[in-house]
Write a protein that binds this ligand. Sequence first.
Ligand SMILES: C[S@@+](CC[C@H](N)C(=O)[O-])C[C@H]1O[C@@H](n2cnc3c(N)ncnc32)[C@H](O)[C@@H]1O
Length: 394
Amino acid sequence: MVDRRGTREAEARYRKISVPVPCTLSHKETTSLHNLFLNYPDEELAYDLSGGLLALFLHTLDIQAFRSDVDGIKRTLASSSLCAVLDEAVRKIEAIRSYGIKGNKRIYVDYNSERKVRDRKSKELNRSQYYYTDGNTFSARNSLLPPQFENRIICGDSLEVLRRLPDNCIDLTFTSPPYNFGLDYESTADAHYWENYFAKLFAIFDECIRITKYGGRIAVNVQPLFSDYIPSHHLISNFFVSKKMIWKGEILWEKNNYNCKYTAWGSWKSPSNPYLKYTWEFIELFCKGTLKKEGPRENANITADEFKKWVVAKWSIAPERNMKEFGHPAMFPEELVVRVIKLFSFQRDVVLDPFNGVGTTSLIARRFGRRYLGIDISQEYCEKAERRMAGRLS
Ligand SMILES: C[S@@+](CC[C@H](N)C(=O)[O-])C[C@H]1O[C@@H](n2cnc3c(N)ncnc32)[C@H](O)[C@@H]1O
């Protein structure tokens, strides 16, 4: 037993948890406890049993091995009060969510310094984070969304509609542009010469940047057309970076969609021209002016569990299954929109989708207490979006 409670050394070297211990522990139980900790070197796991508390000092632990040692004791001491103490200790250890991993052990202290970068902050300064945004002329003065655009589905060409909005009035844009794959959209052809496609898309994105608030975000879902060898996700990211938006990161949307072709004819089992398969799409994220978005804390409505899960930037979400019913070939699954909206915006924020289709972004924005503006060029899709919002299409 090591008495490390409250010492400076313990604070620096260990992560401490403690569990109350009933004063009725028998001699046999106390001995079992001591024997349990003999399995672990003091530098990795130390303990102290005194004052009605079992204190554990964690540095490094193989949690599986610890759990099975505890199970062994529980089998020999069935129904003893020590079992409850040990269960509680395991529960508390497992509740610690921040740790490093080395082999099969969790490291509870100093695991960041394991990455061997000293003076991380000053090195970041020297390198100059997102240097490509230097010299941007974004105004930090945000404006209100005019009431005629609030909570509206508008039918029109986004380029025309967005031009009517003032600068800096949108908190979050989440959108999925037409893919240029030749999909059968209701009113627009979806197979243009690529240069024309990007020219039009970037003109619309230019407007999106202008109307985004300082601190606002733009999230673009992109599925590159791999068969044309057009890296749309890179071209789109390059565009935003050239406009001095901060590239916040990229979410990999794993659709687990294996329903795609395996190989170019004639290259089966040959290095001549194997065709790579992609079961995922991307969401590219950009911020205007600053990474930090201002907003009242009470207006964040993401739960701790959602936050922990969703900041891991690989999201496994099945594609929308009801596209036939809605008569739209490329809808967002609701779960994808829920995550983007809850993770990147506050309640009362304004959420824009300039390629709104049958209105998934608007629907979810409203469901989670955001204001919305959805624009689509197709009268039919806009009417469906309106009917969906009114609960008359689901
Ligand atoms: C990939 S879909 C978006 C689907 C949407 N995320 C949903 O869940 O329904 C792209 C949409 O862009 C629309 N569109 C194409 N060109 C447009 C333009 N210039 N302005 C506005 N909408 C346009 C198409 O009608 C199509 O509905």
